[in-house]
Structure formats: C-alpha cells, structure tokens
Write a protein that binds this ligand. Structure first.
Ligand SMILES: Nc1ncnc2c1ncn2[C@@H]1O[C@H](COP(=O)(O)OP(=O)(O)OP(=O)(O)O)[C@@H](O)[C@H]1O
Length: 229
C-alpha cells in the first residue's frame, strides 16, 4: 500500500464545472480539498450532482472547466494510458453495483487482487473472510443473478475494499440493506479508514450521517457545494 501521510490532500477541486453534452452545468464552481485519511459524507437531494461528483473523483469523467488534482496529478493533463494505474488506487461502490455476471461472488471480490498479482493462496484466505464478515459466507459460489439487491451491494462493497485502496468512493452503499447491515458496513468503512484509506460516502440517509461524526460533510445543492462543515 502507498497510503499518503495523513493531512496532505489526496484530491482537490478548484472551480470545477461539469456539463453533459450541450446540457446545463450540473456542477458549478465546486471547490474543496480532502485531506488524506479523512472520512466524509456527501449529501444532497436527488439530482443535486452527487454521482456526477463521484464520477469526476474516480476519473470516469473530466471536468468541463476548473481543475481536479488527484494523487498530485492534474487530471486534465493525465494521459489516457495512465488512468488505469490511478484507478487501481481507488475503490468504487457504484449505485448499480457493476458486478461481472459470469463470475461468482468470490471471483468478483478477488478480481482487484488478481489484477494486482496477489497469490492465489492469499486470495483463498482473505476473500472468504471478508465475504463472511459482510454476511455472505454461504454465497461464495453464487453468481450475481441469483443474489438479492442487498447481497449484490455487499459483494460490490467487499470488492471495493478488499485491496485497501488509497481512496474509497461509495455511492449510496447502504441503500439496499437493513439498518443492522448498514451499521456493519459503516463499521467496515471505519476500519478501512483507520488503516489510512480516505473515504467518501454519498448518501440520502440523514439518520446514518447523524450517527457517525465524520466531518467535514460535503453538501451539494443545485450543483454547488453549499456546506462544508
Ligand atoms: N449521463 C448523463 N447525461 C446527462 N445528464 C446527466 C447524466 N448523468 C446525470 N445527469 C444529470 O446531472 C444531474 C445530476 O445527476 P446526479 O446523478 O449526479 O445526481 P445525484 O445527486 O447523484 O442524484 P441521486 O441522488 O438521485 O442519485 C441531474 O440533473 C441528471 O439528470
């Protein structure tokens, strides 16, 4: 792992704007910086631009204007061939999970480790451990099509955290699970954060946010970060 010293910025946005095609700006003048090792909630009403902001953070999109610096790299000048190496340092939990349908739960979660060349013996030890921790011990061999929404969500979370990324971005990661599992998943994020991962969790769930005191919170309203406290 190459976690950075706590306190340095892992990502910063400076007057960032984003529009899709010729549409209106969905993000406007977004400026903030996240110190390495911090834990933030990203809140805001539906359509405010949370997923779009996360897309910029994992290099799924480039800003229409302004500057995004990630891992000390200005993404406007980062070459296409350099992106996969940067993305491997980011764990992402997508709202729509994006699991590979032809792979089992175990193989989906193992994927980031296999890409990195981790030994199969280690994979066979750690992946079942993590899947058991998220309550899926009896689903290791299950294909995504046979899993419920909440089970798929947990597989997606396990895949995002297994490699202890430098940055974890999670879009509504507790949207499909009950309260008890939501708390368990939040504790998993906290443990990862203690190990040095910077975490951003986008959520509508105000009661979840109020139970954890991670600050500053990024609040988006009409495409603008209106509160950072
Ligand atoms: N691929 C796209 N093409 C065009 N417009 C888009 C696209 N994705 C999002 N938008 C628009 O950008 C705005 C912000 O959407 P976004 O999904 O980022 O909001 P959100 O805060 O994540 O919403 P939710 O909480 O409902 O997921 C919306 O007006 C949406 O219609």
């Amino acid at each position: 792992m190459r976690h950075r010293p706590r306190g340095e910025n892992i990502i910063s946005f400076d007057s960032v704007g984003l529009r899709y095609g010729l549409g209106p700006e969905v993000l406007r003048d977004v400026t903030f910086a996240l110190p390495s090792g911090s834990f933030h909630f990203l809140t805001g009403p539906s359509g405010a631009g949370k997923s779009s902001l996360l897309r910029l953070m994992y290099l799924g999109l480039r800003p229409t204007r302004g500057r995004v610096v990630l891992f000390d790299r200005d993404i406007a000048t980062t070459r296409r061939y350099e992106l996969p190496a940067l993305r491997r340092r980011i764990g992402v939990v997508f709202q729509e999970f994006r699991l590979l349908d032809h792979l089992t739960a175990l193989d989906n979660v193992a994927l980031p480790l296999r890409v990195r060349g981790v030994r199969e013996a280690e994979i066979r030890k750690h992946v079942p451990e993590l899947l058991s921790w998220v309550g899926l011990a009896d689903q290791l061999g299950a294909k995504p099509s046979t899993l419920s929404g909440g089970q798929k969500q947990r597989v997606a979370i396990a895949r995002a955290v297994i490699g202890r990324p430098d940055l974890l971005l999670a879009d509504e990661p507790t949207g499909n699970v009950d309260d008890r599992i939501a708390m368990r998943l939040m504790h998993l994020f906290e443990e990862l954060n203690k190990l040095g991962t910077t975490i951003v969790v986008a959520t509508h769930n105000e009661s979840l946010v109020s139970r954890f005191s991670h600050n500053p919170r990024l609040h988006l309203e009409h495409g603008q970060v209106t509160r950072v406290n």
